[in-house]
Design a protein around this ligand. Structure first.
Ligand SMILES: C[S@@+](CC[C@H](N)C(=O)[O-])C[C@H]1O[C@@H](n2cnc3c(N)ncnc32)[C@H](O)[C@@H]1O
Length: 426
């Protein structure tokens, strides 16, 4: 193999100086008064101050004479250009609260690189909220509804759990209350904490059951929820294998126990992407995504009315970011992002489907396929012979009344092939 090598005595020119760091200063509702000296110094010495209008107005111009640049909206596509435009100058970016908590810190790290950032955090809204409530932050589930549908909250609802919701605006608390009532959590205590850390800080206390949308709330708020489930509300656990009643379906549903075994075989890990091919009611993709908020899934379903039903199930079960592709596989798989795992719950005998799924799977990726038909089982046996893995038969029987006695009702046995793609396989 050819490798480039530095030739002694031959210089490739002086190394260019490393780019200047970009300071990112968190500022709270208490503005300049609440800033520590280190943050004030950075802002005083900055040649360029970049931020939202609200943050820039919190910084006194006589103390901080640097040029002021207001973010443009939408922000993300403009960040890299704006930083590049002022390259070589002392740049300070103003951020609300803790810049690395649902803030500009992420965008900056992704665009200019984490190494170049010098972040001076301020307490975040959730740190303030926990301080006011006396809640240990590490025990609290945090859900953001900024730019996300209120349905995102559903997956976090568990009796006795404490939640902190980052609101999008003054109507978020009302929407949260309506959702809590709809899901049988109307007895939950809700506290809306406004303008945390600032002179206009205020807490509004109530229950989801008695909460009305209120125009007078401040747009800058966090909602604290003590979850209380009505005893007759459907209980959804935190692990796969939700009750079948949790789904709207037309019979095309991987039933609870087989579903739990299927998710165990798929073994989702945070951040991973699943293709759920032949989605039916969407249960495998939905439960994959419920295992961790960073998990992603794409469900492919050829029947439009089933695809619409998957859309309703994903909202009802708290994973509004599930992607539904309506169309027949393998054609509908073209162009989808590379998955970490593939589940095939339907369409196994469609020409080229298994081949297309296998070809799309990267080395180390997992594939799980379920079937109840002999034709598809023959196919799975053949692929098992070729690629190994595990072939199992799942036979679930449920006790039901038989006259005055009790007997087993046997569901159709499901054949499941699961395999991890090895490096030697094409
Ligand atoms: C048994 S159901 C899957 C159940 C699903 N795992 C669930 O729990 O809801 C099989 C589904 O695959 C769909 N299907 C069959 N062939 C397909 C294909 N070639 N492409 C996409 N979907 C297909 C069917 O319409 C049906 O909804």
């Amino acid at each position: 193999m050819f490798r480039s090598r530095r030739v002694p005595g031959v210089s490739s020119g002086p190394p260019s100086p490393p780019p200047r760091p970009v300071s990112v200063v968190g500022i709270g509702a208490d503005g300049w008064d609440g800033l520590p000296e280190a943050s004030r110094r950075v802002l005083r010495e900055a040649e360029v101050l970049i931020g939202g209008l609200r943050q820039l107005q919190l910084v006194p111009a006589d103390d901080c004479p640097g040029e002021r640049v207001t973010w443009l909206s939408p922000l993300r596509p403009t960040v890299a250009g704006l930083i590049a435009e002022h390259d070589g100058r002392r740049i300070a970016v103003l951020a609300s609260g803790d810049p690395t908590f649902y803030g500009i810190g992420r965008t900056l790290a992704e665009t200019v690189g984490a190494d170049r950032l010098h972040v001076l955090p301020h307490p975040s809204s959730v740190s303030y909220a926990c301080a006011r409530l006396g809640w240990p932050l590490e025990d609290v589930e945090i859900v953001t509804l900024v730019g996300r549908p209120v349905a995102s909250l559903v997956a976090a609802l568990h009796d006795g759990r404490r939640l902190l919701v980052l609101s999008a605006n003054r109507h978020t608390p009302g929407a949260v209350a309506a959702l809590l009532r709809e899901k049988g959590y109307g007895g939950s205590r809700m506290r809306v904490l406004e303008q945390l850390g600032g002179p206009y800080e205020r807490t509004v206390d109530g229950t989801a059951g008695g909460w009305d949308d209120d125009e007078r709330l401040d747009a800058l708020n966090v909602v604290a929820i003590d979850c209380v489930r009505d005893p007759d509300a459907l209980r959804l656990g935190a692990v796969p294998g939700l009750p079948d009643e949790a789904y709207e379906h037309d019979g095309q549903l991987t039933k609870r126990y087989v579903r739990a075994a299927t998710l165990a075989a798929l073994a989702p890990a945070p951040g991973e992407l699943l293709w759920d091919v032949g989605g039916g009611s969407g249960s495998i993709g939905i439960e994959w995504m419920r295992t961790h908020r960073t998990c992603r899934a794409i469900v492919v379903e050829k029947h439009p009315e089933r695809a619409e039903r998957i859309g309703r199930n994903m909202l009802a079960l708290g994973v509004p970011k599930l992607r539904v592709v309506t169309g027949p596989a393998p054609e509908a798989l073209a162009g989808l992002p590379v998955p970490d795992a593939i589940f095939i719950g339907g369409g196994l005998t469609a020409p080229g489907l298994l081949d297309a799924c296998w070809a799309a799977l990267p080395t180390g990726g997992r594939m799980v396929a379920n079937t109840v038909t002999l034709e598809s089982e023959a196919l799975l046996a053949e692929w098992y012979g070729r690629h190994g893995g595990e072939l199992v038969r799942l036979a679930v029987a449920t006790a039901v009344p038989v006259g005055g006695f009790t007997g087993w009702r046997q569901a159709m046995p499901v054949t499941q092939w699961s395999v991890t793609k090895g490096s030697e396989e094409g």
